[in-house]
Design a protein around this ligand. Structure first.
Ligand code: TEU
Length: 571
């Protein structure tokens, strides 16, 4: 087994806008994070992944960067950032930054110069002349659609051409074919590495390379053209170049967001013999509750199936067992809250009776699999989705763009018809302010301030202060599980083996390292379930941690209660 600090780490993801506001303007900031470093230390996490804090006009909350080398005014100054880095390092925690280089903001100087065709900047972005339709009206160069709804092209009057944007129109895609772009990006990466950071989470990396000629996609697909900008022809080469010229010179970790990634393909991107990446966020397992027409089909609210979920996770665990390493996550800032989606919080299938138990079960799963676990802010207290009553309460450009498109094309007439879908899918669920206490505004900002996104009404009971005071809280369970993982190599490096693959309620697996075996039994349902451990010798099993009292010492033949989650050490 090849040891690495990032394999042994637990990562905590911070969405700075929503984490903690130190100056009462309703927007989270960097000094606010520094105030909470002792909280992170107490939780026991090793690495903080900070979502973008760079200069940005905030069309997509910092994922539209106008200056890679400065800090967003609302978030503080470079000195504040240095202070945060030092505070984390002082407590032996590390900091990884978000790297967003598929696109910039349209307010970035590069784009401003490019639209004016200034010297070397002329080809920094993907500019094309358009077509005209039968009526002679201008149409975009091809039929690609933006992830956020509408065409992936916007006409720029100043330049007299169209530019490509896979995301919002304020996020023009960089032209990675241009070596000047690659050099500029590499210089920027090195400047942050020189500041002493410990790595990067790399945004939308699988979209950097676009196919030659930008051909039209199949118009029948929900995202025509995606085959031409996902794992494009030069992607591997570009990532390898960035790794060789920058990252390989530092002791840092990387985790790349790359959807639609199979384990076979992952192996070619991971490790020094691949493209140099350490881990990949891919999303197949988050597709289990998505129907054939995609997540925004208002006619469908899909349940999910545990055996399908297990099959996907198992494939990833086995696929990366020898080469590569998994990134373990169920939530982030782009997806609904995990207890609402995979547990029982009263907004999904259940009535909420098992919010606490199911959140602890999910934590047990995330922290006992093989790979590096990522905890998204608020998961550790069981934060849930909210009810967005009208579009006015939504900030997310993806939700707004898609709902507007559904209304424009006549799929729905009003927000009310799509409200249930929004309440299941919107990215804003993950972005409501962190719930620190039962004070007004959840202790996120001053009592008389106006938070940038509404707080979840349940903050009076679901909050850090209450969780800290309660020994039986989800927070304490996270802490205990993180400690356990730190104490036992078997939970980091041990082999993973799935039992009962077809069981619809139970998720049972072992982790084995040399002569130590850990057995994890999860009843991932709100009904009792009886365990059959087959040939496994569980006679002398010891309970290491459980979310119920008096859990059976020997699980074989025992009935597990709803959402019962127990970790055993086998003799
Ligand atoms: O998300 C990227 C994203 O949504 C896509 O990569 C998608 O997952 C994929 O194309 C499906 O194959 C990142 C950020 O996490 C998000 O917050 C930003 O809005 C987005 O990039 C644009 O920077």
């Amino acid at each position: 087994m090849d040891r690495a600090w990032w394999k042994e780490a637990v990562v905590y993801q911070i969405y700075p806008r929503s984490f903690n506001d130190s100056d009462g303007d309703g927007v989270g900031d960097i000094p606010g994070i520094t105030e909470k470093v002792s909280y992170l230390d107490e939780l026991g996490v090793d690495v903080v992944w900070l979502c973008p804090v760079y200069g940005s006009p905030n069309a997509d909350n910092g994922y539209d960067i106008s200056d890679y080398r400065s800090i967003m005014d609302e978030f503080g100054t470079m000195d504040d950032w240095e202070e945060l880095l030092d505070a984390l390092h002082d407590r032996d925690m590390r900091l990884i930054m978000d790297l967003v280089v598929n696109h910039t903001s349209n307010e970035h100087e590069w784009f401003q110069r490019s639209r004016r065709r200034e010297g070397t900047y002329e080809d920094y972005y993907i500019w094309r002349d358009g077509d005209t339709d039968e009526d002679g009206d201008p149409t975009p160069p091809n039929n690609w659609k933006s992830f956020f709804g509408g065409p992936a092209w916007t006409y720029d009057e100043e330049r007299g051409q169209w530019y490509l944007h896979l995301f919002d129109e304020n996020q023009p895609d960089l032209n990675w074919r241009n070596s000047d772009v690659r050099e500029a990006v590499k210089e920027m990466i090195t400047s942050w590495l020189e500041r002493g950071i410990d790595g990067f989470r790399m945004d939308a990396l699988h979209h950097l390379s676009k196919a030659e000629g930008l051909p039209d996609g199949d118009p029948e697909e929900s995202l025509p053209g995606s085959d031409y900008y996902t794992y494009g022809p030069n992607l591997h080469e570009y990532i390898r170049e960035v790794y060789d010229d920058t990252l390989s010179n530092y002791d840092v970790m990387t985790v790349a967001e790359m959807g639609e990634m199979s384990a076979e393909r992952a192996a070619t991107y991971l490790g020094e013999d691949g493209a140099g990446l350490d881990m990949i966020f891919e999303f197949e397992h988050l597709g289990v509750d998505v129907g054939p027409n995609g997540p925004w089909d208002p006619d469908e609210r899909s349940d999910w199936d545990l055996s399908e979920f297990k099959e996907i996770i198992d494939r990833k665990q086995r696929g990366l067992a020898d080469e590569g390493w998994n990134a373990l996550f169920l939530g982030n800032h782009d997806v609904p809250r995990i207890v609402s989606r995979f547990g029982d919080d009263g907004t999904g299938s259940g009535d909420g009776a098992y919010r606490r138990k199911s959140a602890k079960l999910i934590a047990t799963f995330l922290l006992t699999m093989r790979g590096t676990p990522y905890v998204y802010q608020g998961e550790e207290i069981g934060m849930t989705n909210v009810d967005f009553e009208s579009l006015d309460e939504i900030d997310d450009p993806a939700t707004l763009g898609i709902v507007e498109e559904l209304i424009a094309e006549g799929t729905v007439e009003s927000y009310d018809e799509v409200r249930e879908t929004v309440n299941q899918r919107s990215r804003d669920h993950a972005r409501t302010p962190m719930q620190w206490s039962d004070a007004p505004n959840a202790g996120f900002t001053d009592e008389d301030a106006d938070p940038w996104l509404k707080c979840n009404a349940n903050y009076e009971t679901v909050n850090v202060e209450a969780a800290r005071a309660d020994e039986d809280s989800i927070l304490h369970h996270y802490r205990d599980l993180i400690d356990l993982r730190h104490d036992r190599d078997v939970l980091v490096y041990g082999d993973y083996e799935l039992l009962l693959p077809n069981d619809e309620q139970l998720y049972v697996y072992t982790r084995t390292l040399v002569d130590e075996t850990i057995l994890v039994v999860l009843n991932w349902s709100d009904e009792p379930a009886t365990v059959d451990t087959g040939d496994l010798d569980v006679a002398g099993a010891d309970v290491v941690i459980s979310n119920y009292d008096d859990t059976p010492a020997n699980p074989d033949g025992k009935t597990f209660r709803p959402y019962e989650a127990t970790v055993y050490r086998l003799a």
